[in-house]
Design a protein around this ligand. Structure first.
Ligand code: AMP
Ligand code: ZN
Length: 113
């Protein structure tokens, strides 16, 4: 997707603070952190949201999820973390390239779920 900011970040065309990268997955620091540690984990290939997940691309989405415990170990998120994927308007999704928020670094308090 030529006009997608996270495609550009994954391709290195827009700067980001990288925390993890492999063949299929890129993870970087959120520019507007909501917690002391706030990361975004994305597939390098464009998938607009969870709504576009299907049998053809689910293995790629799984790669993103598999990366999360590796990142958590590297960053010593020993107290735990929360993983969130906003999908669509009601969830407040603002960037339409699938991403998993990883929130950590303090007790996260009141739970939505
Ligand atoms: P969402 O609202 O779930 O779509 O989340 C989008 C997230 O992307 C927000 O938390 C933004 O702060 C973050 N974001 C937007 N642009 C950038 C960027 N250039 N670098 C890092 N994070 C970004
Ligand atoms: Zn994209």
């Amino acid at each position: 997707m030529s006009n997608c900011i996270f495609c550009k970040i994954a391709a290195g065309e827009i700067k980001s603070a990288s925390v993890y990268e492999d063949e299929h997955v890129y993870a970087f620091k959120d520019i507007n952190p909501q917690t002391p540690v706030h990361l975004l984990v994305i597939p390098k290939k464009h998938i607009a949201s969870m709504n576009e997940m299907n049998a053809e691309n689910s293995a790629l989405v799984a790669k993103c999820l598999e990366a999360i415990p590796k990142i958590a170990k590297d960053l010593k998120l020993d107290g735990g973390y929360r993983v969130i994927a906003n999908c669509g308007a009601d969830a407040g999704q603002t960037v339409f390239h699938l991403h998993f928020h990883v929130l950590a670094g303090r007790p996260l308090g009141e739970k939505l779920v």
